[in-house]
Write a protein that binds this ligand. Sequence first.
Ligand code: HEC
Length: 182
Amino acid sequence: MDKKTSTKFIVSFMAALVAISLVLAWVMSRNYLKDSSKERKRIAELIKSIDEGQFTPDVNRGQRAYTQFCMRCHGAEGKGSASAPPLVGSPALAAKNEVLIKVLLHGMRGKIERGGRTYDMVMPGFKMIPANDLAHVANYIRNKFSQNKAVVTHKNVLEVQLKSVERNKAWTPEELGLTSKE
Ligand code: HEC
């Protein structure tokens, strides 16, 4: 191959690569949009079908979910550990329902100061847990570890889920307004 032919070859090869990646990106984004619109429809239908008046916080279900999913990091008494902040006195429990639900659904990552210690870790999200169980666990931790006794309902959780259907990473404390010290 002379120099001109090989330059031509390289240029067409690069162009082909760019074209292939564009097509791939297009296909992937279409699948992604289809998935999230299906999920949005599913949640919207659930919201319509539930009767909010029927929801009563269930301490036992809340405790069961807490023991299963949260205790290993936050401790049975919500005092936290080297790898997770205390829930006792947490501003996330004092915050409005939406903030607490967002933490439970998608987790949290970033620097916070709680109880005189600095944490800069990752909490995983729990959107795979049924929404009503997330509501029970939210009520359980508020009742046990916080002065804020406002009830989180099944519907509250679904509504936040619907709003944040495309969220696929943990929230930062800044996004949630949780940077302030305890
Ligand atoms: C793998 C350990 C781990 C598990 C399991 C876990 N968390 Fe967390 N959680 C953390 C960490 C770490 C943070 C702080 C993240 C940071 O540093 O930004 C946190 C933050 C929080 C906050 C915000 C605290 C604040 O003061 O801002 C709440 C509320 C919370 N978790 C509740 C829960 C609940 C409820 C569960 C169970 C459904 C749970 N966590 C499960 C590690 C965990």
